[in-house]
Write a protein that binds this ligand. Structure first.
Ligand SMILES: C[S@@+](CC[C@H](N)C(=O)[O-])C[C@H]1O[C@@H](n2cnc3c(N)ncnc32)[C@H](O)[C@@H]1O
Length: 334
């Protein structure tokens, strides 16, 4: 994953085209509806009220800017964008200013007081793979095999074993588990830069306990054009490689970094920020336009409403998880 996704020449994220748009490989909450960013603006506002100035917003992995744009429209605040993809960074520079669209979190002046946000970042961070054999855990490295790449058996490294002990759960024989060491380190490192405020991570995945039943073959997969793509080893550099995020590990990392943490479903998180009220307001507007015979405007409002409803669909995006790690007092509305 480190090479296939992040190599500066051949990696998937180094490509000259933008990956995270409706025409790209994945369709994310902010791409589905501007009301994702608008709702998060309320979270940012409440954190700003709580900790005061100086305050800045940092979005990591902002893609096309579809989260930041509506957020800043509702709540303009100093914003920084951290993106590895050059075309995405150029797009984000239009929103935050050239000097504030950077490739690495280390380029954002520290310590940060404010909110650090990332939607669908953690699922891309490089993972190790382990399989439970009768004699115990083995690692699966990537090596040569046949005409291309293959998983290669290896003795597990101590840090991999330590992670498995804490976060693999009661998996059965033969199970594959993605060992999310980089995600753990990323959370600890990011929180070490946050002096006051919150880190908000939104992604697919679950706690160890709930991931175990999904586990037998692991959850490593690729996406292409909004659908499952080829096997992760088949076309390195040409597919988005990802896996379900283990939120138990992220909660532990945030706790270790001294933050107070909460984990919610996306539908509950957005509801607490007022999204359901905004949807019912749109429903009223729709009826009003229908009564006035303004069909074009009624359709426009209906589209906006149905996009917003997609964000809280209980078996779709609503089932994503939101981790809020707060430094200082408890964050925002519950
Ligand atoms: C699935 S897309 C999500 C984009 C956007 N957050 C959204 O929800 O539409 C993943 C994005 O993360 C960026 N990315 C991946 N790893 C990153 C990292 N370590 N730091 C910053 N950006 C990263 C990629 O370039 C890509 O734009």
């Amino acid at each position: 994953m480190r090479i296939a996704l992040y190599d500066p020449d051949a990696g998937y994220f180094a490509a000259p085209e933008l990956r995270s748009e409706k025409g790209g490989d994945f369709l994310t909450s902010p791409e589905v509806s501007p009301m994702f960013g608008e709702s998060l603006a309320e979270f940012v506002r409440s954190e700003h009220d709580r900790i005061g100035d100086p305050f800045r917003l940092v979005e990591v992995a902002g893609g096309s800017g579809s989260l930041l744009r509506p957020l800043l429209d509702v709540y303009p605040v100093e914003a920084w964008a951290v993106e590895v993809s050059p075309p995405a960074r150029r797009r984000l520079a239009d929103l935050v200013g050239a000097g504030r669209a950077v490739a690495d979190l280390g380029e954002v002046p520290a310590p940060v007081r404010g909110v650090v946000l990332a939607n669908e970042l953690i699922d891309n961070l490089p993972m190790a793979i382990a399989q439970l054999e009768p004699g115990g855990w083995r690692e699966r490295w990537v090596g040569r095999g046949g005409d291309g790449l293959a998983f290669v058996d290896a003795v597990p490294r101590p840090e991999v074993l330590a992670w498995l002990e804490r976060f693999a759960g009661e998996v059965g024989p033969g199970a594959w588990v993605e060992v999310q060491l980089a995600a753990y380190d990323w959370v600890v490192d990011t929180l070490s830069r946050l002096q006051a405020g919150s880190l908000v991570l939104v992604d697919y995945g679950d706690t160890t306990e709930n991931l175990v039943p999904r586990r037998s073959d692991g959850t490593l997969r690729t996406y292409r054009a909004h659908h499952l793509g080829p096997h992760p080893l088949d076309e390195p550099g040409a597919t988005d490689i990802t896996a379900d995020v283990n939120f138990s590990a992220l909660l532990a990392a945030a706790g270790e970094a001294g933050a107070s943490v909460r984990l919610q479903r996306q539908d509950d998180f957005l509801a607490a920020l007022g999204l359901r009220e905004r949807i019912s307001e749109l429903r009223h507007q729709e009826l009003d336009r229908a009564r006035k015979g303004d069909e074009m405007e009624r359709l426009r409002v209906r589209t906006r409403r149905s996009e917003a409803e997609t964000l809280i669909h209980p078996r779709g995006l609503g089932d994503f998880r939101v981790l809020v790690a707060t430094v200082g007092e408890p964050a925002g509305p519950e």
